[in-house]
Design a protein around this ligand. Structure first.
Ligand SMILES: [Zn+2]
Length: 564
């Protein structure tokens, strides 16, 4: 059995751990009886099917309806209605109940937003989120709702979730036997829509994030077959343009503490979201790049960091059983929520400080034209680390079946401890640009203003003409570069140097003295790695301006100051 230790006993627990290490569960192992005893209508679909099935959106609604009868702490938010007319619900859990963002703010409690099924074939986080919601609403973690507002959205991609297909174990595991598909009903990957915001789903999610302003956002995933030795992995925003404070808080403080808690309370080893890099064995490095984590903003978790907020992606390995993967997500989520209940003020302070510093640096330094921020970056080494790994993880058909499985004896039991690997997870900026005091663009671009506002960026219009000093960008060439499955737009050209230009009343103005300054900079800069230009948000506008047929001026002006 697992022992639950209150946060106040942390010091004692560490002492105990030093004397007697906790039992660690490897491979497919889980502790007996870990789910607890629940009435039938609160048992999840995996619990009721021996972990061979995952829920549909309708089953989620049925489960929420049952939970409503057992708690006063639940408000259900209908986040959006999908392209196939399905409602995506979120559970807002707090004691007392908070039915609106205004009441959440008035409560003074930190708000967490925990999400599953952005990729429905990776449904273990969704199922674990129901178990956590059950603990918070009607179980052993009820007291945490006195200190937190926890918003749980188990199924983000509702249409993909309900597009069921049988699976053959290609993701690494045989269970569950039937799963949803990765994309939404338009064939779009919702975890590439964080900058361009073209889907109903992402726009619905962002409306909720804008309104509730969660201090922390978590998105749960699975990585197919891997040969590291961890039950779960975690990462945070690595867009170099994001304020460094929240990222440093995650890496230096929250991640190590939650990692220890997961080991101590749940008997699992968890570590950074990365994979081995380099030929041969042992491998030379532990690399974010190899796990397809990037410095781009296209992932919701990466993009959320541009808001000065805390963000986490979790990724379980693919080959363990569905039960083991749910347990791994449940352990991480539970330890995280307990950590947030104990350290909410400290977490909130990291976020508030980043907001204040972002605004202050614009006010104090932008007009000097000396303030700069990153357009792109790469991962470098944080130093040498030890990593748990399996030399072999062999996929093969399970004899007598048409299911792909793991060869017995590979990727099981205690892994090897691999010494002295390069920890290639430190994001470092590689190209930068001047951060202006603001951006100006013409009244003929209301869609651009709407896109910025969808990202929670304040945009106003000039109520009188203005003569402004600043810089424009002359585009010499517009081209498409294939990158990670997408045709990204790239602009070649150069800035004008400081010039003066007149703007009429009605011109859109983005004053960067706002907490969203880093996001606005990254989306609007013409040469950011994957801003609005990169994701094609401005393709039609740029083509209409004659880009490609000769020299054209980028329609967004970098504003330094008003002149007479
Ligand atoms: Zn995923």
């Amino acid at each position: 059995m697992i022992r639950f230790l209150p946060a106040a006993a942390l010091g004692i627990a560490l002492t105990l751990y030093a004397q007697s290490p906790p039992r660690i569960y490897w491979g497919d192992e889980v502790p007996a009886g870990w789910t607890g005893q629940w009435p039938d209508d609160l048992r999840t679909v995996p619990e009721r099917t021996g972990y061979t099935r995952t829920m549909s959106t309708l089953q989620l609604h049925e489960w929420i309806a049952a939970l409503k009868l057992r708690t006063e702490s639940l408000h259900v938010l209908n986040v959006f209605t999908s392209p196939l007319r399905k409602v995506a619900p979120a559970l807002v859990l707090s004691n007392p109940r908070v039915p609106s963002p205004a009441q959440a703010r008035a409560s003074g409690k930190p708000v967490l937003f925990l999400m599953g099924n952005i990729h429905p074939p990776e449904s273990e986080a969704a199922e674990a989120l129901l178990m956590l919601a059950r603990d918070l609403a009607a179980g052993s973690r009820r007291a945490l709702l006195d200190r937190l507002v926890v918003i749980i959205m188990p199924i983000f991609n509702v249409d993909g979730t309900d597009t069921f297909v049988t699976q053959n174990g290609g993701l690494g595991s045989e269970t569950p036997h039937i799963l949803g598909v990765r994309e939404n009903s338009q064939g779009l990957d919702l975890n590439r829509d964080a900058v361009k915001l073209v889907t109903i789903e992402a726009n619905g999610l962002y409306r909720a994030l804008n309104a509730w302003d969660p201090m922390l956002f978590l998105d749960g995933h699975l990585m197919s077959r891997v040969n590291h030795g961890y039950a779960n992995t975690y990462g945070t925003t690595t867009v170099p343009a994001a304020a460094p404070g929240p990222r440093e808080y995650m890496n230096d403080t929250l991640f190590p503490a939650v990692r220890d808690a997961v080991r101590r309370q749940f008997g699992l080893e968890v570590f950074t979201h990365a994979l081995f890099a380099g030929e041969g064995w042992p491998p030379a490095a532990w690399s974010h790049d190899r796990a397809a984590w990037t410095v781009e903003a296209k992932f919701v978790v990466n993009d959320y960091g541009l808001r000065n907020r805390l963000a986490i992606i979790t990724e379980t390995p693919g080959q363990p059983t569905f039960e083991r993967r749910i347990y791994a997500q449940y352990a991480y989520l539970s330890a995280l929520v307990e950590y947030a209940a104990a350290h909410g003020a400290q977490m909130q302070a990291a976020v508030t400080k980043a907001d204040a510093e972002t605004v202050a640096s614009i006010r104090e330094r932008a007009e000097s034209w000396q303030l700069r921020n990153w357009l792109d970056g790469e991962y470098r080494s944080r130093g040498k680390i030890d990593v748990l790994g399996y030399r072999e993880n062999v996929a093969e058909y399970k004899p007598g079946t048409s299911l792909m499985s793991t060869r017995p004896g590979t990727a099981s039991g205690p892994p090897e401890v691999l010494k002295g690997l390069d920890d290639l997870t430190l994001p470092v900026g590689t190209r930068d640009a001047v951060v202006p005091r603001g951006y100006l663009f013409g009244a003929e671009y209301p869609e651009l203003a709407a896109k910025l506002r969808a990202h929670n960026i304040a945009v106003r219009t000039l109520d009188r003409p203005m003569r402004a000093e600043g810089e424009s960008f002359a585009i010499s060439r517009m081209r498409k570069v294939r990158s990670a499955g997408y045709d990204m737009t790239v602009l070649d050209g150069q800035f004008s140097g400081l010039i003066t230009r007149d703007f009429p009343a009605g011109t859109f103005f983005v004053d960067l003295a706002q907490p969203m300054a880093n996001a606005a900079f990254y989306y609007l800069e013409p040469q950011a790695r994957d801003g609005f230009v990169g994701w094609g948000v401005l393709d039609a506008t740029l083509e209409a301006l004659g880009t490609g047929k000769g020299e054209a001026t980028y329609p967004v002006f970098k504003f330094r100051r008003e002149v007479q």
